[in-house]
Design a protein around this ligand. Structure first.
Ligand SMILES: [Zn+2]
Length: 183
């Protein structure tokens, strides 16, 4: 199946795109999209992090990382410090892999994953991205989407820092349509 149809891939921040593999987090029925190891392999492929396969244990580790990342992101969005336990999960995942940054033939940045533990290397890329965004100078621009039921994380890079939705195409549109219907 095509990754584009299964996942929302429009978040510019890789770590937040990963947390978006659960949709409608604040809704009545959050939807888990990483329902099996193959799904994680597919998502990683779409993120430019190709792995030959994912084991059930690796999927479990990925989900633990993802939820720690999401909670830490929510804390930062609320101008709070992440829970030390969640920070520890991020730090451990960042330290557990050895991905290598490289310039590809097309001149764009990519990550080279090792042959031995490619999934751990891929998770380290995601954890390092989270550390960069949640702990860097842009952390006051981390927000949780105000779209109904969404609560997805995003980085507000708009000039006025007044963006309210994770994506104009989904949540922004939903809110607009609801407003029109109200009139
Ligand atoms: Zn949203």
């Amino acid at each position: 199946m095509e990754a584009r149809r299964l996942f929302r891939l429009d978040n510019e921040v890789l770590a937040f795109r990963f947390t978006a593999t659960v949709s409608d987090r604040a809704g009545a029925a959050p939807l888990e999209r990483l329902t099996g190891p193959d799904r994680l392999a597919l998502w990683l492929h779409a993120a430019g992090l190709d792995v030959p396969g994912v084991s059930p244990a690796e999927l479990r580790a990925a989900l633990v990382l993802r939820e720690a990342l999401y909670r830490a992101g929510l804390a930062v969005a609320a101008a709070r410090r992440p829970d030390p336990g969640d920070a520890a999960v991020l730090n451990a995942a960042a330290a557990a892999g050895r991905p290598e940054p490289a310039l590809g033939e097309d001149g764009l940045a990519l990550w080279r994953l090792g042959a031995e533990h490619p999934v751990a290397d891929a998770l380290a890329v995601l954890a390092a991205d989270a550390v960069r965004v949640l702990g860097g100078s842009e952390r006051d621009r981390v927000k949780a989407c105000e779209g109904p039921g969404c609560a997805g994380l995003f980085l507000d890079t708009s000039r006025g820092a007044n963006r309210r939705w994770c994506s104009m195409n989904t949540c922004g549109n939903r809110v607009k349509k609801a407003r029109l219907a109200d009139r």
